[in-house]
Design a protein. Sequence first.
Length: 334
Amino acid sequence: MIAFLRRFFGLAKIETADEPILASENTPENTAAPEKTATAWRPALDVDSRFYPWLLGEKGSLIANVTEKPLLAALDRLCRSEFAGSNLIPRVPSVLPQLLKSLRDENVSGEELARHISRDVALVAELITEVNSSYYSPVDKISSLDNAIRLLGVNGLRMLVARTAFRPLIQLQSGQITKVLAPVIWEQSEKCALACRLLAQERQLDAFHGFLAGLLQNVGLIIAFRTVDQSMPNQAMSLSTEFRLRFLHMAQILSYRIAQQWDFPPLVTEALKQQFGSSDPLQGLALVVRQAGDLSKLRMLVNAGVISEQDEELAFSPGDQIQNIFLTLNQVSQ
C-alpha cells in the first residue's frame, strides 16, 4: 500500500505541457533564481512532490488499488455539480456567514458578537472549551461567552471563531483515508492560515481574509480523499504523474466551489480560484495563499526530518519576512 501511495503522489517528472493549469509552477525546471523581495519568493523545489509522498507514505498503508479513470471521472462530476461535494463534509455553522460580516466590522461591539455567536450552542461550547485551553491559559476558568470575548478581543475572536467552525470540516474522520490523514491535513491548514495572516499583514492586505483563505484551501482536498474512500475499486492500476496533478487540481477547484457556495468574501474566493484558474503571475492575496501553502508544507517536512531547515532549495534570504514567518510556523494555534 505504501508503495502504491508513493506512486500515487510520486516524484516523477511533470509532463503536462499541453495542460499548463495542471502543472506546478514550482517544478525545478521552471524555477527561476530567487529574487530578493519577499513577494518573489518561491522554493527551488517542487513542494507538492515532496509533501504528498510524505503525507501518504509516512502515515501508514491507506489504499492498495485504484482505477484512474473512474476516480478522476467521479471527481470531475463533483467539480461540475451544483453542490461540489459539499454533502461529503459537515456544513459550517449557519451563524458563520452573518458572524463573519460582523467580525469584519472593526467597530462591532462585544455585545453584538455575543448575540450572533449565542445562536449556535455548539459553537459557544467549542469557544468556551478553546479559550480555557493551555494555549490561552486564563487565570480563572472562563465560563461565559462575554468573558471569553473580553479575553480574546475582536481580532482574537475572529480567528478563533473561524478555526472552531472549520476544524470539523478538515478533521472529518470517516473513511479509511480521511481517518488517517485528517489530523495532519488540519495541522497544515492551521499553519497555512497563520502564514496567510502574517503575510497579508506585512503586505497591507486584509489579514482576516488571508486567514480564511488559508483555512479553506484544504477543504477540497478532504472532499477528494473522501471520494477515494467511497469510490475505490479493487482493480489494481499503475498511477501516473498526470493523475496526481489532476487529483490536486480538482481538489483546488472543489475548495473554490465550496467557498462560493458558503458565500465567503469575494477576495477570498478569487484568491482560491487563481490557485488553479490563472496563467498570469499570482499577486495580492492569491500569491499570499500560494506562498503560505508552500511555507506550511515545508515547515512540516522540516519538522518530520524529510528535508533540512538549512536546505538551500528553500531559497530563504536570512532574516527576511519569508524566513521569519517560516520560523514561527511551529506555533500551530493562532
